[in-house]
Design a protein around this ligand. Structure first.
Ligand code: HEC
Ligand code: HEC
Ligand code: HEC
Length: 474
C-alpha cells in the first residue's frame, strides 16, 4: 500500500513518545466514581473497566487533548483520522453520560463483541507500534464474557432458549402488558381522520396495517397531497425504539404523537382545541373517553386533553408488536422453524456486522449511526437532500450530521421502499448499500441472497395472525 511518508513519522512519534500520548487520555468520571448505592449485578463496565480505560477510551471518547506532535502538519490528519474514525464508529461518551444504573447499550455491546471476536481493535497500525495497546487473550475473553453476561442480565427475552440468550438478536415478547382500555381507545383514534385539519388523514393513512405499518411510498403524502421529506417507517414494534423518528427528536411514544398531528405536511392541525372540538361532538366517543380518563374532583387531568389523546395512542402502539416470526421460533428453541439458507443468512448477518447496529428484539432502534460511516453515501447518491442532516436537525450539533436512528428490521420485507430517503426499492440493493457504507465490506450476491432470506424470516404476527402485506419481490 502506498503511504504518505508523514505516516511513518507519525508512527515514529507514537513509538518514541508513548508516555506523552498516554498522559492525554482522559479520565471519564464514570470510571472512577465510587457509589454507595447498591448497583445492579453487572455494573456497567466494571468487569472490563481496566481494559477499556487502558486501551480503548482515548480513541473512543470526546474531549481528549491530542498529543503535541499532532500539531505537525500532515501528521495531524493521520492521528486525527484514527481518533475521529474511532469516535464516529463508537462514541463511549454516550455510555459514560448515562445514569449509573443503566447498563451498557445493546449496540455498544454488539460492536464490542464484533471487534473482539474479529480481532480488529485496536487498529492494526496502532497496535503495530503500541505492543502494549493490543488486547491479550485473557482480555479478549473477559470482554466476550462481559458482553454475554450483560446481555443475558438486561436484554434477553425470557422466552429465548437458554443457549440463545447470548444472541445479539432476541425474540419479541408476546405482550408488553399495555392497558387494554386505553389501547382500545388509542386504536380508534389511530384511525380517526378528525385528528387532521381537514378530516382527510388519520395516522392509519400512512401507517397501513396491510403494508406492514408503512405506506409503500417513497415519501408520505399528507393533508392536501403535500409530501414530506422522509420515508415512513413501519408502525409495528416502535415501542422498542430508544427514541422516535429518524432523527430521534421525540424521546417517547407519547411525545411523538404531536409530531404528525401538527406537522403542516402531515395532518396539519392547528392545536389540540381544534381536534378536541371535533371529537367531543361525538357523544359515544366522549363517554368511552371519560370512562378511561375520568375527570377527577380536581378537574385538571381527565377528559379530552392533548395529553390523554397522546397517552391513548401511545398505549395502542404498545400493542403493535409482532412476535412469533419464524426466526423468533428458532430463537425460542425450535430448530426446524427456519431453513438452512435462513440460518446461514443469520450467520452472515452477524459476520458482516449488521447485528452491531441492527441489534436486540427489534433489530434496530438502539443507536444512531452515520449513514456515511465507511464511505460517502450522500455524494455517491448524487448530492445532499434537506432530510439528510439526520440527528443534527434535532441537536444542532455538527458532529451529528448524517446520523440516523438505526431502523428496526422486523417485517422488513413488507415495508419497501427503504432508507430515510425512500430511495431504494429492493432488499438486495439495501443490503449491498449497508455493506458498503455502514459495514465497510462488499457483500457478494450469494451472501446477499442468504441475508435477504434471513430478513424474510423476521415477519411476525399481530393478534395471532401473520402480518399482512406484499413481500418485496427482490
Ligand atoms: C488508535 C485509536 C483506537 C484505539 C486505541 C481503539 N480504537 Fe476502536 N476504532 C478506531 C477506529 C479508527 C475505528 C473505525 C474502524 C474503521 O473504520 O476501520 C474504531 C472502531 C471501533 C468499533 C466499532 C466497530 C468498527 O469496527 O467500526 C469498536 C466497537 C471499537 N473500535 C472498539 C475498540 C476497543 C474495544 C478498543 C480497545 C481494546 C479500541 N476500539 C481501541 C480507533 C481506535
Ligand atoms: C402523512 C403521513 C403520516 C401520518 C398521517 C402519520 N405518520 Fe407517523 N410517520 C410518518 C413519517 C414520514 C414518519 C417518519 C418521520 C421522521 O422520522 O421524521 C413517521 C414516524 C412515526 C413514528 C416513529 C417511528 C420510528 O421508528 O421512529 C411513529 C411512532 C408514528 N409515526 C406514529 C404516528 C401516529 C401515532 C400518527 C397519528 C397521530 C402518525 N404517525 C401519523 C408518516 C405519517
Ligand atoms: C453502523 C451501523 C449499521 C450497520 C453495520 C448496518 N446497518 Fe443497516 N442501517 C443502519 C442505519 C443508520 C440505517 C438507516 C440509514 C438511512 O436511512 O439513512 C440502516 C438501514 C437498513 C435497512 C433499511 C431499513 C428501512 O426500514 O428502511 C436495512 C434493510 C438494513 N439497514 C440492513 C442491514 C444489513 C443487512 C446490514 C449488514 C450488511 C446492515 N444493515 C448494517 C445502520 C447500520
Amino acid at each position: 500500500m502506498h503511504r504518505n511518508p508523514l505516516f511513518f513519522l507519525a508512527l515514529a512519534c507514537m513509538v518514541f513518545l508513548p508516555p506523552l500520548y498516554q498522559l492525554t487520555v482522559p479520565s471519564p468520571q464514570a470510571f472512577t466514581e465510587s457509589s454507595d448505592k447498591p448497583l445492579p449485578a453487572t455494573r456497567r463496565f466494571s468487569a472490563v473497566e481496566e481494559i477499556i480505560r487502558g486501551k480503548c477510551v482515548h480513541c473512543h471518547t470526546r474531549g481528549y487533548a491530542l498529543p503535541f506532535y499532532a500539531a505537525i502538519p500532515g501528521i495531524r490528519q493521520i492521528i486525527e483520522s484514527n481518533y475521529y474514525g474511532g469516535l464516529r464508529a463508537m462514541d463511549l461518551n454516550e455510555e459514560l453520560g448515562k445514569a449509573r444504573s443503566e447498563p451498557v447499550g445493546e449496540a455498544t455491546l454488539a460492536k464490542m463483541e464484533w471487534v473482539t471476536e474479529n480481532g480488529t481493535m485496536p487498529p492494526a497500525v496502532f497496535a503495530a507500534v503500541h505492543m502494549d495497546g493490543r488486547m491479550t487473550r485473557e482480555e479478549r475473553d473477559s470482554i466476550l464474557v462481559w458482553v454475554k453476561n450483560t446481555r443475558a442480565a438486561y436484554y434477553a427475552t425470557a422466552t429465548a432458549a437458554p443457549e440463545r440468550a447470548g444472541e445479539p438478536v432476541q425474540p419479541l415478547p408476546d405482550t408488553l402488558g399495555a392497558d387494554q382500555a386505553k389501547a382500545a381507545l388509542g386504536e380508534r383514534l389511530f384511525a380517526d381522520k378528525r385528528l387532521s385539519a381537514d378530516d382527510s388523514i388519520a395516522c392509519i393513512s400512512c401507517h397501513l396495517p396491510e403494508q406492514g405499518g408503512a405506506d409503500g411510498r417513497r415519501l408520505s403524502e399528507g393533508v392536501g397531497k403535500r409530501t414530506g421529506v422522509v420515508n415512513a417507517p413501519g408502525i409495528y414494534n416502535v415501542a422498542f425504539n430508544i427514541r422516535q423518528f429518524w432523527d430521534g427528536r421525540a424521546e417517547s411514544l407519547r411525545a411523538q404523537v404531536s409530531g404528525p398531528i401538527f406537522n403542516p405536511v402531515e395532518m396539519a392541525s392547528k392545536n389540540w382545541d381544534q381536534i378536541i372540538g371535533k371529537l367531543s361532538a361525538e357523544r359515544e366517543l366522549l363517554e368511552a373517553f371519560l370512562d378511561v380518563y375520568p375527570i377527577s374532583w380536581l378537574g385538571d387531568s381527565g377528559g379530552w386533553t392533548g395529553e390523554n389523546i397522546a397517552d391513548a395512542l401511545a398505549e395502542y402502539e404498545y400493542t403493535l408488536i409482532t412476535p412469533n416470526s419464524r426466526f423468533d421460533q428458532w430463537l425460542k428453541g425450535d430448530e426446524t422453524a427456519i431453513s438452512r439458507a435462513e440460518f446461514y443468512g443469520y450467520q452472515r448477518f452477524k459476520a458482516y456486522r449488521c447485528s452491531s447496529c441492527h441489534v436486540g428484539k427489534s433489530l434496530g432502534g438502539q443507536s444512531f449511526e452515520y449513514m456515511d460511516l465507511k464511505r460517502d453515501y450522500f455524494r455517491d447518491r448524487g448530492g445532499e437532500l434537506p432530510s439528510d442532516a439526520g440527528l443534527k436537525a434535532f441537536t444542532g450539533k455538527d458532529e451529528d450530521l448524517h446520523k440516523f436512528k438505526v431502523p428496526n428490521l422486523r417485517n422488513i420485507e413488507l415495508t419497501a421502499p427503504y432508507l430515510h430517503d425512500g430511495s431504494v426499492n429492493t432488499l438486495d440493493e439495501t443490503v449491498r448499500i449497508m455493506g458498503v457504507y455502514l459495514s465497510g465490506m462488499e457483500i457478494v450476491k450469494d451472501d446477499r441472497d442468504l441475508i435477504v432470506a434471513f430478513l424474510r424470516s423476521l415477519t411476525g404476527e399481530h393478534r395471532g395472525k401473520k402480518l399482512q402485506g406484499t413481500p418485496v419481490p427482490e
